[in-house]
Write a protein that binds this ligand. Structure first.
Ligand code: SAM
Length: 265
């Protein structure tokens, strides 16, 4: 995979390769950030979605999509990776929640007519596609007038390619070092859930990344005609930090996640 020429085909291929292990480990609760921080924070950020027509952009193997359906929404999940969609559909067949899944890009949603959805949701996916501006134009198109978008992404300020935790005299004894915030060069990140037993001979996830600044995100929303109504930089709760002290650095020093809500005026 050439880092300097990453496109949607590379993203789809990478997530197809990740799909088996991703589904297995997410469903086993290995994604501790999701379990203890990011999903509860995102659900708290959402409006009432019961009875609403919802699309989940970049739904992956569908764990969060199922949570949205369990809130009473009529949910469609889309993902670029046919492998992720196949795993999501397999769960739906075994335990139906009425979710429709389609393999397609959130930057090209030709499957769906204009004004199809009341709500677009997305968790930790929109930073993983190469064309965020097109994703926002398409989201605007498929939302009904007055409909809204709520999404989470890795916080672009604190999760640059070379950012890392370094020793510090502060408590907790870590500081976040950020390097290259303005570097928009796509790259491939390799990582695994920290809960995975080590040492391991299982391959890391391969994730193409497309760095953007905060203003890149905000300006793409504005250009698409979406009006931002809220931004949030959630912190792990004190209770979560007491139970999982390694979360404290993300409460004290830096934001892991950025939430944005916007409406189609
Ligand atoms: C980190 S996973 C998150 C999956 C899911 N939302 C979750 O929270 O478990 C990112 C997902 O975004 C998908 N993705 C990346 N670019 C996409 C695009 N252009 N259109 C649709 N899905 C995309 C990937 O295939 C992958 O499944």
């Amino acid at each position: 995979m050439q880092d300097d020429s990453l496109d949607e085909a590379d993203v789809a291929a990478a997530w197809d390769r990740n799909a088996d292990l991703w589904a297995e480990e997410v469903r086993a609760g290995f994604d501790v950030f999701r379990e203890h921080f990011t999903l509860p924070a995102f659900l708290a950020f959402l409006p009432e979605i019961a009875g609403r027509e919802v699309i989940d952009l970049g739904c992956g193997e569908g764990s969060n999509t199922r949570r949205f359906a369990e809130c009473g929404a009529r949910v469609t999940g889309i993902d670029l990776s046919a492998g992720q969609i196949a795993r999501a559909r397999a769960v739906e067949e075994g335990a139906p929640l009425g979710i429709r899944y389609e393999a397609c890009s959130f930057s090209q949603m030709g499957f769906f007519a204009d004004d199809s959805f009341d709500v677009a949701l997305s968790t930790m996916a929109l930073m993983d596609g190469p064309d965020f501006a097109a994703a926002m134009r398409e989201t605007h198109r498929v939302l009904r007038p007055g409909g809204g978008l709520w999404f989470s992404i890795l916080h672009p300020c604190f999760n640059t390619r070379h950012s890392r935790w370094i020793p510090s005299r502060q408590t907790p004894k870590k500081a976040r070092q950020v390097v290259g915030y303005f570097d928009r060069q796509p790259f491939v990140e390799r990582w695994h859930f920290s809960k995975r037993a080590a040492p391991t001979d299982v391959e890391d996830f391969t994730v193409p990344r497309f760095p953007r600044t905060v203003s890149d995100y905000v300006n793409a929303l504005c250009a698409a005609g979406l009006r931002i109504t809220a931004m949030e930089e959630p912190q792990p709760s004190e209770a979560a930090v007491r139970a999982h002290p390694w979360l404290r650095r993300w409460r004290r020093h830096a934001a892991l996640v950025l939430h944005i809500a916007a409406v189609k005026g």
